[in-house]
Design a protein around this ligand. Structure first.
Ligand code: MN
Length: 250
């Protein structure tokens, strides 16, 4: 083989591997972008997307029943999404990120606050559960939980109590706050810790819906049993991913 041919081939290989890398980088999910937005050919956000459920309606049995998941996802979550689109149509929010909307939510109408919250919160909730999940977190997340709460069991007790005792409709959260500590907090209605109107702000890592529609068909008034069952469904790798991204954004 001639030396020039050899060098040309090496050059082609370098260019090819460079473009493959570029394509993969473009495809790699960043800040759950694929979940909330659709992107045009140029990679720019061109709309909000209703996320697909990553498992079947019956996949969370026996902890959450099929009928509840189906109604909760296809009716409740969908309605928040549709009403959110209607509420932001023709406004500056149409091309904003959800994070930017939440950080200025006090200046927007209640229809945006309720429905943007409902859209976002439920997306986190479905994604932070999975069939045959549960168990324990690992790595730096496990270490951070120990550091912030004393132990996993103490975190579990605090989060469980938050979910069980939250008055009326709302959410229990594990968040990363701006000091780098993990905290358990709750919000009412469809508010979330990214909003500028809540007491404790932070990046949501784990979301638990404690509205009655999340559990009533199976558990009726026994919300505590639903909260206890949730530990069998937590998708810790997803929570870990959110934690890693939140640390990078700090
Ligand atoms: Mn809900």
């Amino acid at each position: 083989m001639k030396k020039t041919t050899f060098l040309t081939m090496i050059g082609i290989l370098i260019v090819l591997s460079g473009s493959i890398l570029a394509v993969n980088l473009r495809k790699s999910p960043h800040v759950n972008s694929q979940t909330f937005y659709t992107f045009g050919k140029d990679g720019q956000q061109n709309g909000f997307a209703f996320p697909a459920l990553q498992y079947g309606y019956d996949a969370l049995e026996p902890y959450i029943d099929k009928a509840t998941v189906e109604i909760h996802y296809s009716k409740h979550h969908r309605a928040y999404f549709d009403k959110f689109l209607a509420a932001v149509k023709g406004t500056e929010m149409e091309t904003m990120s959800l994070e930017a909307i939440f950080s200025a939510i006090s200046k927007y109408p209640d229809a945006v606050r309720n429905n943007a919250g409902g859209f976002y919160n439920h997306t986190l909730y479905w994604e932070n559960m999975a069939p045959k999940a549960g168990g324990l977190p690992g790595g730096n997340l496990a270490a951070a939980i120990d550091k912030s709460f004393g132990s996993f069991d103490k975190f579990k007790e605090q989060f469980g109590t938050a979910g069980k005792t939250k008055f009326a409709s709302g959410w229990a959260w594990l968040i990363l706050d701006k000091t780098g500590a993990l905290q358990v907090t709750t919000t009412s209605n469809q508010d979330n810790p990214l909003m500028d109107i809540v007491d404790r702000r932070g990046t949501p890592l784990l979301a638990l819906d404690v509205w009655e529609h999340a559990y009533y068909l199976k558990y009726q008034n026994k919300r505590a049993d639903y909260v206890d069952a949730f530990w069998n469904l937590i998708n810790w790798p997803e929570v870990q991913k959110r934690y890693d991204i939140a640390l990078l954004k700090k």
